[in-house]
Design a protein around this ligand. Structure first.
Ligand SMILES: Cc1cc2nc3c(=O)[nH]c(=O)nc-3n(C[C@H](O)[C@H](O)[C@H](O)COP(=O)(O)OP(=O)(O)OC[C@H]3O[C@@H](n4cnc5c(N)ncnc54)[C@H](O)[C@@H]3O)c2cc1C
Length: 465
């Protein structure tokens, strides 16, 4: 505990060592940062967020089951514990010049000093900038929908949810307007949409029925999904389990339903029978996956011959960007055969740190080989050649989990040569323990457990922030 709060003095920046610039402070970049050996390199971090966010529990923050502060870890809590001083710039990278090995970074925060645009050089670049919300270009989504990706998204949803409920309680509201205000619509039947709907259901049953007895019965939750079923990555048995659990919880699921337009108070959808319908809503949560960030698209345009996949950055099996020698990319920013998950991103981060350790060894051996006496050359050469043999990245899937409400969760976990599917209250205990054990720091683990205990003993806070 003492050491955590009082990190030792660090080595300073060493101009004789190569500099790795890391873009982002999400799953991929943070797990890389934790594992990279700063004895071998100077490291610089550039991210518009000065913290890491534990996304798997973010849906719990939208209704106050967990406080957002419990899920964030300042990036300096990690970098101050490295052996060498790591520079952290709270900024967005807006441009990468792969020829000159230069980055343009911009301070995109509200407070600006005299200097808010700068360029920084790199020897190696690690791109872990993730992705942005996919809207499919549907009119009105950005303007009226709420996303669920960042801390401020969860805060916005929580505020808007309570605003809808208090507005419904305002005198003189017509029954139709009350129904609209209390209709919470979720678009997207992946794990994020399902977990949000589940958390909202729990909030309704545990808390809103107590504090808004006259309104709680009128609150409706609807989930809209374009595919024939929700949770396409899960086994059929668990999809059915989720759908039946949602039915018991009075959460309506509309599958094979495409959103055509989002208006201020209604969404226009195309139903499975081909007809159009309008769904009035008070709160709309949009959780339909990822698309590339503009900065990533910009980089791809600079490497048109090697960057041909439109989903994201193409990398080789060692996470090196196709078309570049010194740029590496990982996590949701890349287009690989793996799903865009925290599991993949964090394993890639750890793996890349090992690649850099091996690169450092190779470079040292290269120098030793050049200056070795003739009788030692053959031995050094063998060592050098062996050090160049870096294993490609191999993903190890630990399973897929999703909370479905009423203290029930589902899990698809690899077992022996097959897959073990389970759903229910026992799986919820497993879901909780798996997530807690994956939280990076002991401090955050403690905060999350405290929040769960607080919620059980005192209920959730219904104040509008
Ligand atoms: C609500 C929610 C729940 C989820 N639940 C799960 C789950 O249960 N299990 C699971 O495996 N996955 C889950 N995921 C997916 C998982 O969070 C992502 O796959 C993971 O975050 C990807 O990691 P990343 O590092 O690539 O991107 P991110 O974690 O998104 O990090 C990107 C980083 O880049 C920074 N950045 C953005 N633009 C720039 C720029 N221009 N310059 C510099 N930095 C930039 C961002 O600020 C951020 O720090 C969930 C996602 C969400 C949103």
């Amino acid at each position: 505990m003492w050491e955590t709060r009082h990190p030792p003095t660090q080595e300073s920046f060493d101009p004789s060592k190569k500099t790795i610039v890391v873009l982002g402070s999400g799953w991929a970049s943070t797990s890389f940062l934790k594992a990279v050996n700063t004895d071998d390199y100077n490291v610089v971090v550039v991210s518009p967020r000065n913290y890491f966010l534990f996304t798997p529990l973010l849906p719990s923050c939208t209704v106050g089951t967990i406080d957002v502060r419990s899920l964030v870890e300042p990036i300096r809590f990690i970098t101050r514990h490295k052996s060498r001083d790591v520079k952290v710039y709270e900024a967005e990278c807006t441009d990468i010049d792969p020829e000159k090995k230069l980055l343009t970074i911009v301070d995109s925060s509200d407070v600006k000093g005299e200097s808010s645009v700068s360029t920084i050089p790199y020897d190696y670049l690690v791109i872990g900038v993730g992705a942005q919300n996919q809207t499919f270009g549907i009119k009105g989504v950005e303007q009226y929908g709420c996303f669920l990706k960042e801390v401020w998204d969860a805060q916005k949803i929580r505020t808007k949810l309570m605003d809808c409920i208090e507005t419904a309680a305002f005198p003189g509201q017509s029954p139709e307007e009350i129904d609209r205000l209390l209709h919470m619509v979720v678009v997207g039947g992946g794990p994020t949409g399902i977990e949000y709907a589940a958390e909202l259901h729990d909030f309704l049953v545990d808390d809103l029925t107590v504090w808004y007895p006259e309104l709680a019965g009128k609150i409706k939750i609807t989930l809209v999904e374009a595919l024939p079923n929700v949770l396409p990555a899960f086994s059929k048995q668990l999809i059915e389990y989720t759908e039946s659990t949602f039915k018991e919880q009075n959460i309506t699921i509309h599958t094979k339903t495409m959103v055509k337009e989002v208006r201020e108070k209604e969404i226009v959808v195309k139903k499975s029978d081909g007809t159009d319908a309008s769904i009035p809503y008070g709160l709309l949560v949009w959780a339909t996956g990822n698309t590339m960030r503009p900065m990533v698209r910009n980089l791809m345009n600079k490497l048109p011959e090697s960057q041909t996949v439109r989903r994201g950055l193409s990398v080789d099996d060692w996470l090196r960007l196709q078309g570049s020698e010194d740029i590496f990319a990982l996590g949701d920013a890349t287009a690989t055969k793996y799903a865009p998950t925290a599991q993949v991103a964090s394993q890639q981060g750890k793996y890349l740190a090992r690649v850099f350790a091996q690169l450092a060894t190779t470079e040292k051996l290269e120098d030793e080989l050049a200056s070795a006496p003739a009788e030692e050359k053959a031995k050094k050469l063998r060592k050098y050649q062996k050090s160049q043999d870096i294993q490609p990245f191999k993903y190890s899937h630990q399973g897929s989990l999703c909370y479905v409400g009423s203290d029930k969760a589902i899990a698809d976990v690899p077992f022996a040569q097959g897959n073990l599917s389970s759903g229910g209250v026992a799986t919820f205990a497993f879901w909780r323990s798996a997530y807690v054990s994956n939280i990076f720091s002991g401090r955050n683990r403690w905060l999350v457990i405290t929040d769960w205990t607080k919620k059980t003993l005192l209920g959730r806070d219904i104040s509008r922030e």
